[in-house]
Ligand binder design. Sequence first.
Ligand code: NAD
Ligand code: AHE
Ligand code: ZN
Length: 369
Amino acid sequence: MKSRAAVALEAGKPLELVEIDVEGPKKGEVLVKMAATSVCHTDAYTLSGADPEGLFPSVLGHEGAGVVQEVGEGVTSLKPGDHVIPLYTAECGKCKFCLSGKTNLCGSVRATQGKGVMPDGTSRFSLDGKMLHHYMGTSTFSEYTVLPEVSLAVVSKEAPMDKICLLGCGVTTGIGAVLNTAKVEPGATVAVFGLGAIGLAVIQGAVMAKAGRIIAIDVNEDKFELAKQFGATDFVNPKKYSDPIQQVIVDLTDGGVDYSFECIGNVNVMRSALECCHKGWGESIVIGVAGAGEEISTRPFQLVTGRVWKGSAFGGVKGRSELPGYVERYMNGEINIDDFITHDMPFEKINEAFDLLHEGKSIRTVLHY
Ligand code: NAD
Ligand code: AHE
Ligand code: ZN
């Protein structure tokens, strides 16, 4: 079938709005008609060419919601008409990872996902007869997309898809990093580096966890207003200080924070986020994604003296079993999604959504198909 799509033909170039060919679902696969998608910084990162797993030409996009159109042979857990959120972190429930009880990472489709193909090693997308790669197992920048069954969470039909699409990455990642990865406790002091959708969702999670003090840090002070609305208590622009930002935070907090979150993808800030943690117990969670070849460093003494460095993927959330609950919590007012959506546009304006993100003018732009 034909499908409207925004194709990443090469790194560093705007997406091309074209009509691509989409093959129907094969064994264990599902065809989904996307209703809405948004743009996460990770899409921009991959399009920039900085992603070691980035492949071109490809159909990017991983934050979306849609409706199942057709299921392939052997698919039993979904049916046409089901409302779904694509998952870049699958959940098969059977692999070593899923059975470990220790992680939300799933091994079932991750290897082929990283190679831009379906689990059978082939692509369902082409343009003028030339194969296009899938992306993160989701490719939400095509109106019709094909995913493995294990990469879809079935959610309530009552929920507005142009809102819950944000649960496909940004909102879930930030909240989950606080509640699942860090397990922030009531009264804790938290520092959040980077106030895009991920950082704001961390602030929302910290409020849910009843953190005592939430320090919001960004070089773009325009982000402070929304951070305050989400519940941040202190606001710091590192550019305004001559001391390293970790020293500024340590001085502000009588020795350092209990938890810090890096929500930028900057390895220097990752170091600062670790080193602003309190001696003996402070934990720093890396959420930001750094470019190919980048590495983190610190003095091992920082760890010897009790600081902990951790990472978080999709907030430690198991998508198929837990995302329906996140949707319910949005529907009953426990999770705020609406305030992340600073812009709404037709899908065809997707390159404007990338521009707004790069310019620091948007949190999330929702694109409607
Ligand atoms: P965003 O671009 O909307 O937000 C980043 C924020 O960081 C901006 O407000 C920017 O002004 C701020 N910033 C940039 N440099 C800074 C600095 N030196 N000091 C302080 N603030 C600075 O991005 P986003 O969509 O919120 O994504 C944030 C990061 O999280 C990206 O790296 C993205 O790839 C990553 N991410 C990771 C996961 C995961 O599961 N681990 C999920 C989603 C996104
Ligand atoms: N491909 C990159 C890493 C990208 C990455 O870290 N992705 C995050 C999700 S970002 C969503 O916006 C993640 O969860 N990773 C876990 C996984 O299995 O991909 C690289 O460096 O190779
Ligand atoms: Zn994302």
